[in-house]
Design a binder for this molecule. Structure first.
Ligand SMILES: [Zn+2]
Length: 166
């Protein structure tokens, strides 16, 4: 399956208030404008092609909602899921199983530390560096887009780089 990375959502320039798909309370035009590398909301599962439902993330976390924008696209067949960019209906990346999601979370922590210690909080420089060492295009260099292997490799690279600083 080829997933196309698109530019900023044209709805961000809409003159009218946007319709939010249930159960989202709203979709913010300003928040849409912040998402530079966008992929469309999934119509079918990125993993198995099964049906996707937009739900509260309490379906993932044992009945309790988690976070400020507690929604996910989730496959009703294989249970792969992905969170949403805050105040939008846009997925953070590719739907993934639990192991991939965990690998993404694990690798993001050392990246965040590196972002502060080496890049002075400059996200675009930090991501440009990571894309280069991973040998991938900048537009797909997001933790939400990583496969399990890419996430593990990103984590490894960041941890090595952090080790070199002390
Ligand atoms: Zn699926």
């Amino acid at each position: 399956m080829t997933i196309q990375v698109l530019g900023i959502d044209p709805r961000s320039r809409s003159k009218n208030k946007l319709q939010a798909p249930a159960p989202l309370p709203h979709v913010s035009r300003r928040a849409l404008a912040r998402v530079r590398d966008r992929i469309e909301p999934p119509k079918s599962c990125h993993c198995c092609g099964g049906p996707v439902r937009l739900s509260d993330n309490s379906v993932i976390y044992n009945g309790r909602s988690y976070g400020d924008w507690p929604f996910v696209y989730r496959c009703t067949q294989c249970q792969a899921y992905i969170g949403l960019h805050p105040d939008t209906d846009l997925p953070l990346g590719l739907m993934a199983d639990r192991a991939t999601t965990n690998a993404r979370k694990h690798s993001k922590a050392p990246f965040q530390r590196l972002l502060v210690s080496r890049f002075g909080g400059d996200r675009s420089r930090a991501y440009a560096w990571l894309a280069e060492v991973l040998g991938i295009s900048r537009s797909i260099c997001h933790f939400g887009m990583f496969t399990k292997e890419q996430a593990e490799r990103a984590g490894e690279i960041c941890r090595l780089e952090l080790g070199g600083l002390v």
